[in-house]
Design a binder for this molecule. Structure first.
Ligand code: ZN
Length: 134
């Protein structure tokens, strides 16, 4: 039951990954933490994953994140070190949690080209082209 829930969560994550990138300083629970209930003859995700889920699992073992489902890396958000936002198109919706304890997320479209600033806190964001594995 639990592993089914975990897999559903992973799928939800995957689905939302193509919509928006949320940048928060608060660590999000990683998929690795909720996995690994492998004792007692229940097949692990590793053993029964197929398709897209398998691709993501294998990639995460190599430390890559082709579908941007993990928490984004840390950047200063300054002009010299903007938040890097991978995108498969020429724009992506970005959610900025401006201050650590903010409950509201500032959403805006980030377009390809020069780095853009969050309209609220002024943090820099830059879109970089990203290709999905097929
Ligand atoms: Zn902001």
């Amino acid at each position: 039951m639990r592993s089914v829930l975990v897999r559903m969560a992973a799928r939800l994550l995957l689905r939302s990954a193509t919509r928006a990138a949320v940048y928060s300083r608060r660590p999000l629970p990683s998929a690795a933490v909720v996995r690994g209930l492998a004792s007692g003859g229940i097949p692990t995700d590793d053993e029964q994953a197929t398709g897209l889920e398998k691709i993501v699992l294998q990639a995460s073992k190599k430390g890559t994140d082709p579908y941007s489902i993990l928490k984004p890396k840390e950047y200063a958000g300054s002009k010299q070190d903007p938040h890097i936002v991978p995108s498969i198109t020429n724009k992506r919706m970005v959610g900025c949690v401006c201050e650590e304890d903010n409950t509201a997320v500032v959403w805006f479209w980030l377009h390809q080209g020069e780095a853009q600033r969050c309209p609220s806190c002024g943090a820099y964001y830059k879109l970089v082209p990203h290709e999905l594995p097929h």
